[in-house]
Design a protein around this ligand. Structure first.
Ligand SMILES: [Zn+2]
Ligand SMILES: [Zn+2]
Length: 282
């Protein structure tokens, strides 16, 4: 496998390994993202469609509209590999997936994803529980659904919900370590509108630090993800500055990814991200 770029304090960052196209919930065909990346003189463009979540069985019609369809796995693979060949020497295109870790259901080590011979994978936890209809409850859902889930599954305790979210990330890192960990503090997404989480609370910091200790003992890279910020959901990237500072202390490698869902956004907020990493000591 080709090495993945990590941030080393240089001024420019012309890579993104986190891109969603029309194969999942992205807005346009992969070719459009390639054109945008070429236009911006990028060096590396990695495609990372949301891996299929065939859970519960038959759930395709429920809440997994944002994922690659199981039947499209091979056309996705072929499309991205063709683009690699077409643009060889001009742009380093890579085939990846953003794979959900759901305990006892799926994760980065699933044999189907291995069979795709990916160049890399992003392991993400979006779900911290289950909806009444059996589908996954994702922490980046709409605010009302978020509150409903915290009340129903965690007795209204934000602390219990956050701990379960971060526990899942630790479990993924130990049991099915991905190359890159996606948006490690996605749990905070709804904080902008709901103001439910005090990120300086001792219990939260301890849970985050425990999670980073697990990451430091692995070979995983943490991404600084500008997607939520670029789309206006949060006013800071994932993860927050205090998390990045701890990454630096623990020598955890970090990369910047745009999590773009539109071709125009392949490098969105990268200047801000670089500045934040500087503040964190990178
Ligand atoms: Zn994600
Ligand atoms: Zn993503």
């Amino acid at each position: 496998m080709k090495q993945l770029p990590v941030f080393d304090g240089h001024n420019s960052w012309k890579h993104t390994l986190h891109t969603h196209s029309s194969f999942c919930d992205g807005k346009q065909a992969p070719e459009k993202y390639v054109a945008s990346a070429l236009d911006k003189q990028m060096e590396v463009l990695g495609f990372s469609s949301h891996a299929p979540i065939p859970y519960p069985p038959g759930a395709d019609a429920l809440n997994v509209f944002w994922c690659l369809k199981t039947n499209d796995i091979w056309s996705y693979t072929e499309t991205i590999n063709n683009l690699k060949t077409i643009h060889a020497g001009k742009l380093d295109i890579r085939l990846g997936l953003e794979i959900d870790y759901i305990p006892h259901v799926m994760g980065p080590n699933h044999p189907v994803f291995r069979a795709m011979q990916l160049d890399y994978c992003i392991g993400s936890v979006h779900a911290a529980g289950t909806n009444p209809d059996g589908t996954i409850w994702t922490v980046d859902c709409e605010p009302d659904k978020f509150i409903e889930g915290i009340n129903r599954m965690f007795g209204g305790s934000v602390e219990r919900a956050a701990n379960e979210y971060l526990r899942r990330i630790r479990e993924m890192v130990v049991e099915q370590p991905p190359d890159i960990i996606g948006h490690i503090d996605l749990f905070k997404k709804n904080n902008t509108s709901l103001d439910f989480l005090d990120e300086s609370a001792r219990w939260y910091r301890n849970a985050v630090y425990e999670t980073l200790d697990a990451v430091a003992a692995s070979d995983c890279i943490i991404e600084l993800n500008t997607g939520g910020m670029a789309r206006g959901y949060v006013d800071q990237p994932y993860p927050s500055l205090f998390v990045l500072k701890r990454c630096r202390e623990l020598h955890i490698p970090v990369m910047i990814n745009s999590d773009a869902h539109h071709p125009d956004a392949v490098m969105a907020k990268f200047d801000y991200a670089i500045e934040l990493l500087r503040q964190a000591g990178f």
